[in-house]
Write a protein that binds this ligand. Structure first.
Ligand SMILES: C[S@@+](CC[C@H](N)C(=O)[O-])C[C@H]1O[C@@H](n2cnc3c(N)ncnc32)[C@H](O)[C@@H]1O
Length: 284
């Protein structure tokens, strides 16, 4: 029915830019108090837009009544965190990117390390969530298994809670949709309706809690996966992070961003765009 034609008042759907600072702060304070998640460091616009989707999903046209629900129902806090997608990841997320990593990037890094007389290739998954990304690298390393070359894999994240989950290595089927059947059978064991990654692969990854906004959080690495992390930050923080990543990558090292992320123009002098569709860049 056309509500305008019937004369019924039709409120406009609530969108992120409608947030007052006070309401937004109330949501932020609640998430910090309840789950220890500090939204303060992220880009407001992006976060507000995602909170607004929950306000609408609960059938509200303003954040006031939504806040009441949020305070009353812990399940809504969980639903909101899921909508914020802050810790969302998947094994082999964007499989075509992993195909290039497996077929080109990792073999290239191994050859170059050998040429340089090194015995180690260093991979870093920054913003590694519950380990899906660094463990995907570990599974690739398992198949490549280059002789006399150590592939060391570091996963870092801001959240101690997700890192704890990462160390456990226990996943819902939802996270494993891109894992080839043979890999699932060979490296995971079923526990109830979840799957645990075998200890041998888990032990290939070292997890550390690091805030990417700290200048001391940047270890040297030959390949850095910084996917779906920059989207949460404002332009200035993105530039600071990228400058620090460029500083730790040796010439010929690789940087991989998320599908929704691109390297700002001012960094194009530092990186060659190796695989544009996969957001794979190479340090010049
Ligand atoms: C959407 S997940 C991306 C996971 C994975 N990289 C992927 O693309 O599938 C973003 C991750 O970045 C982490 N993160 C957010 N802010 C961070 C910060 N300041 N320092 C380190 N990690 C951060 C979050 O905790 C979250 O686990």
């Amino acid at each position: 029915m056309d509500r305008r034609a019937s004369g019924t008042q039709h409120p406009t759907p609530f969108i992120g830019s409608d947030f007052t600072e006070e309401d937004f702060e109330a949501v932020r304070d609640h998430l910090l108090a309840e789950r220890g998640i500090d939204l303060g460091m992220y880009k407001d616009r992006c976060i507000k837009r995602r909170i607004a989707t929950r306000v609408r999903a609960r059938g509200f046209y303003a954040p006031g009544p939504y806040l009441e629900v949020l305070r009353r129902e812990p399940e809504e806090v969980t639903a909101l965190l899921a909508a914020l997608t802050i810790h969302v990841s998947q094994f082999f997320r964007n499989p075509s990117t992993f195909a290039v990593l497996e077929g080109v990037v990792l073999p290239d890094l191994v050859v170059r390390a050998r040429e340089d007389g090194r015995r180690e290739v260093r991979l870093w998954s920054l913003g590694c969530a519950a380990g899906e990304e660094p463990y995907s690298l570990a599974l690739l390393a398992e198949t490549l298994a280059p002789p006399e070359m150590k592939i060391s894999i570091l996963g870092t994240d801001l959240s101690p809670a997700v890192l704890e989950r990462a160390r456990e290595g226990l996943y819902d089927a939802l996270r494993l949709g891109e894992v080839p059947e043979a890999v699932l059978k060979g490296y995971f064991s079923e526990e109830g309706h979840q799957f645990r990654l075998c200890r041998r692969v888990r032990e290939k990854v070292r997890f550390e809690c690091r805030n990417i906004l700290d200048s001391g959080a940047y270890p040297p690495a030959d390949l850095i996966l910084c996917r779906n992390v920059l989207i949460y930050f404002g332009r200035r923080d993105q530039e600071t992070i990228l400058a620090r990543l460029a500083a730790v990558l040796p010439s010929g090292g690789y940087l991989v961003l998320g599908r929704a992320e691109t390297l700002p123009g001012e960094f194009r002098g530092m990186f060659h765009v190796a695989y544009p569709a996969e957001r794979i860049y190479r340090r010049i």
